[in-house]
Design a protein around this ligand. Structure first.
Ligand SMILES: [Fe+2]
Length: 571
């Protein structure tokens, strides 16, 4: 539980906390998952910077507030004083601490070990890795005392002569050096850069780094985030219930905030939106999705779009969409005069592909939205667009979700493709999230595919937007074959119709290409979804691969048996 709490805290620390409204300078007028992701990257960077600044400030404050320290912290302060005494020694006599230190104190989470941030005019404050380390200690007392491996790069100003003293210092901090390598310094005044891997407790590590920073013999000390420090890895949901935490909203199109929103001046509409949004905020994993009594006005808006879709469908929509649409009408989930309830739709999807729905209060951040797809969960809005603009909405609404997305989520091949995008997003870097969002944009939202020599639409943004659909299938835009590597970096048009659309040979072909491209991404491990446990399995050890191999062998056995039975029937 401690580790979960620590991961949650880390996520909160670097998660998007700001309101993504136009007030934050986001200029776009139309929904775009890609721009959302780019904007998100920018704000995450800003947030990280402010977290680091805060931590530095706290470090400085703790340095100046030592007189007011509560009695319970005196023991810790004593230890810190010892460290500072050593630091003083470093400054005046020898460059490196010589005397053994007392056992590292048991730190009170709120207490920041002292640091002297300015050395030789340089900022010797906390790095991002150190802030994470420090916060993980505060969140997890067990982890604080556990010995872990860390990599530190030391930039030696005075040649290799000072290395012996540095190693002695590490020993004094109860660290064990397990690996050492050096190379000529890359930038002056460093003569040599030395990589040291040490085994030591987190607390001692922080004290050691701060101590080394004071050394005149060193031009720099950097704590690397390597594989052994999982605290640096981005948090992602491991179980379907973790999606309760994946509801960060982009509020830039909220009718309360965006003057251009058709509902901005409509008090009644805004109250309705708030009521439906509150349902999503209160929703927890395992709850049934609450029923909404849609008003006559809302049903009338649905009716207009529904008729439009029915008219366009036979000629322009892919056959997979049409098949599921017919099924939905058969089961009376789809019909012109009622808006389907999300729970009924979720049950339908679950029966066909295992996809389920969760209510979303609005436009989610790209990372949260994509992560839910990994669990075959689609986060769907439940409100209806403003009646003033029945054929256009600046944000997703349930008409777009239901008519645009849902039918294809019931198609096994498309469902698999959607899940693959989601799985690829787990643990991805911000830049990779942007690329995945771009791929999502040009496929799930605006994708075209070939069918009997003709180009058909399968993207939800096209299926629910008459104007863009006509443009997409005309000879005005360029049609290019879907290639994830190229598509992922394709700039797209935000204000007008796209000048380029990507055409997939089939969903199977798109999946195959996508898988090959995803394999080149930076994540150092593979993940898979276990539908029985609703858990993401990280395939990063021989034991886990062994487990998977056992399951695959069983599947192969079923396949072989089935083939043999077929053969014996045909003889
Ligand atoms: Fe969409």
């Amino acid at each position: 539980m401690m580790a979960v709490a620590a991961a949650q805290k880390n996520r909160e620390m670097f998660a998007i906390k700001k309101s993504y409204s136009i007030e934050n300078g986001y200029p776009a007028r139309r929904r775009s998952l890609v721009d959302d992701a780019r904007f998100e990257t920018l704000v995450v960077k800003q947030t990280k910077q402010s977290v680091l600044e805060e931590a530095r400030q706290r470090s400085n404050d703790s340095h100046t507030e030592s007189n007011a320290v509560p009695a319970v912290q005196q023991a810790i302060i004593q230890t810190q004083k010892s460290v500072e005494d050593k630091i003083e020694e470093i400054k005046t006599a020898e460059p490196i601490v010589k005397e053994p230190l007392p056992e590292p104190a048991v730190a009170e989470p709120a207490v920041q070990p002292k640091s002297a941030p300015q050395v030789n005019g340089k900022d010797a404050g906390l790095t991002e890795e150190e802030v994470i380390l420090q916060n993980s200690m505060a969140d997890d007392e067990e982890a604080e005392a556990a010995v872990q491996r860390a990599s530190i790069v030391l930039r030696l100003k005075e040649g290799m002569g000072s290395l012996a003293r540095i190693l002695k210092t590490i020993e004094n901090f109860h660290g064990t050096v397990v690996h050492l390598e050096s190379r000529p310094g890359k930038t002056p005044p460093s003569q040599f850069d030395v990589l040291v891997k040490v085994d030591m407790t987190k607390q001692a590590l922080l004290l050691l780094i701060r101590s080394l920073r004071q050394s005149a013999a060193l031009a720099g000390v950097t704590l690397l985030a390597d594989n052994s420090q999982s605290v640096k890895d981005p948090w992602f949901p491991k179980h379907a219930r973790d999606l309760d935490n994946c509801n960060h909203l982009m509020t830039k199109y909220e009718p309360d905030l965006d003057m251009n929103h058709p509902g901005f001046a409509d008090k009644e509409y805004r109250a309705r939106r708030k009521m439906i949004a509150d349902i999503a905020f209160a929703y927890k994993y395992g709850d049934p999705i609450p029923h909404i009594d849609y008003t006559e006005t809302e049903v009338a808006t649905w009716n207009m779009v529904y008729k439009n879709v029915k008219e366009l469908m036979p000629k322009h929509f892919c056959s997979e969409y049409q098949q599921v649409f017919a099924l939905l009408e058969e089961e009376n989930i789809f019909g012109p005069n009622h808006i389907p309830q999300l729970q009924a739709m979720s049950d339908f999807l679950c029966r066909h592909t295992g996809f389920t729905l969760r209510p979303a209060a609005g436009l989610l951040t790209a990372r949260d939205f994509l992560a839910s797809l990994a669990f075959r969960v689609f986060q769907s809005t439940q409100y209806v667009r403003h009646t003033k603009t029945p054929f256009h909405t600046p944000e997703p609404d349930c008409i777009h979700e239901l008519l645009g997305h849902m039918p294809l989520l019931a198609d096994p091949s498309f469902a698999q493709f959607s899940q693959e995008i989601g799985l690829a997003s787990l643990g991805a870097s911000d830049e990779e999230i942007e690329k995945l969002s771009t791929v999502y944009w040009f496929t799930v939202e605006f994708g075209l595919c070939k069918e009997n020599g003709e180009v058909k639409a399968y993207g939800a943004g096209l299926l629910s937007a008459y104007g863009e659909l006509q443009h997409a299938i005309s000879d005005k835009p360029e049609h290019r074959p879907f290639d994830p590597q190229v598509t992922a970096v394709q700039p797209y048009q935000d204000q007008e119709y796209q000048p380029i659309y990507y055409v997939a040979e089939s969903f199977e072909d798109a999946k195959e290409k996508f898988r090959r491209w995803v394999a080149t991404m930076s994540r150092p491990y593979e993940v898979r979804y276990n539908p029985h446990t609703q858990r993401i399995e990280i395939l990063d050890s021989v034991a886990r691969l062994d487990n998977l191999m056992g399951q695959l062998n069983l599947e192969m056995l079923h396949l072989n048996t089935a083939l043999n039975k077929l053969k014996s029937k045909s003889v």
